[in-house]
Design a protein around this ligand. Structure first.
Ligand code: ITT
Length: 196
C-alpha cells in the first residue's frame, strides 16, 4: 500500500519516515505529487486543522493520506502558542519564534515553566477517518539547548534539569514524543481495523 505523508514540514517528514519504516506501508511525500505544503489551517483545534489538511490533500491525490497538526502549549502563557505554533508572533524562523517565546517567559521561575507538545495524527482514505493524539510533558528551558530535532525542540526539557528534546537523538525522540505516540497509536488502530 502507498500513502501520502501530507506535511510540508521537513522536521516532521524526517521523524515520520523513520517511524513508518517499521510498518508495511510505503509513504510518498507532497513533492512526489507535485504538491506544496500550502493547505489552509484556519481552525482553533488540532483536530480541526489536521482534518482540514487531510481533506485538502486527499482532494489532490488518489491514495490515502496521513497528516498531523501539532504544537506547543505553555502553561504560563495560557496554552499559547498551541495551534498557532507554526507562526507564533508572526515570525518566520524557528530561531525567531524561540527567542520570542523565551522573552515572553522572562522572570517565570522553573517550576512555573511547564509545557507540553501535542500532536493529532489523522488518516483519511476518502471515506474513513481515523485519529489518534499524543502528548509529551516537559519544561521550557531558560535558553536554547542542543541542535537536534526542529522547531521548539531546543526550548523543551524532558525534566527540569534536562535533557532537552534537541539533545537526544531522533530514535529516542520518536520513542517518547507526542508525534511518536500519536502515529504509533494511529497505526495500531489502522491495523486493528484491517486497513493496514
Ligand atoms: P504542516 O502543516 O505542513 O504539517 P506545519 O509546520 O505548518 O507543517 P503545524 O501547523 O502542525 O505544521 O505546526 C506545528 C508547529 O509546532 C511546527 O511548525 C513547530 O513550530 C511546532 N512543533 C510541532 N511538533 C514539534 C516538535 O516535535 N518539535 C518542535 N516543534 C514542534
Amino acid at each position: 500500500v502507498t500513502w501520502l505523508l501530507a506535511t510540508g514540514n521537513a522536521g516532521k517528514i524526517k521523524e515520520l519516515r523513520r517511524l513508518l519504516a517499521e510498518y508495511p506501508v510505503s509513504v510518498k511525500g507532497l513533492s512526489d505529487y507535485g504538491l506544496k505544503g500550502d493547505a489552509p489551517e484556519t481552525g482553533e483545534t488540532f483536530i480541526h486543522n489536521a482534518k482540514q489538511k487531510a481533506t485538502y490533500y486527499k482532494e489532490r491525490v488518489n491514495v490515502p493520506v496521513l497528516a498531523d497538526d501539532s504544537g506547543l502549549e505553555i502553561d504560563a502563557l495560557q496554552g499559547r502558542p498551541g495551534v498557532h505554533s507554526a507562526y507564533f508572533g508572526n515570525l518566520t524562523t524557528a530561531e525567531e519564534r524561540n527567542a520570542y517565546t523565551l522573552d515572553l517567559l522572562k522572570g517565570v521561575p522553573p517550576e512555573r515553566r511547564t509545557a507540553r507538545f501535542r500532536c493529532m495524527a489523522v488518516f483519511f482514505d476518502g471515506a474513513r477517518w481515523f485519529q489518534h493524539d499524543g502528548t509529551v510533558e516537559g519544561w521550557i528551558a531558560e535558553a536554547p539547548r542542543g541542535d537536534g530535532g526542529f522547531g521548539y525542540d531546543p526550548l523543551f526539557l524532558l525534566a527540569p534539569e534536562g535533557p532537552g528534546l534537541a539533545e537526544i537523538d531522533a530514535v529516542e525522540k520518536n520513542k517518547i514524543s507526542h508525534r511518536g505516540k500519536a502515529f504509533r497509536g494511529l497505526l495500531a488502530d489502522l491495523a486493528e481495523a484491517g486497513v493496514l
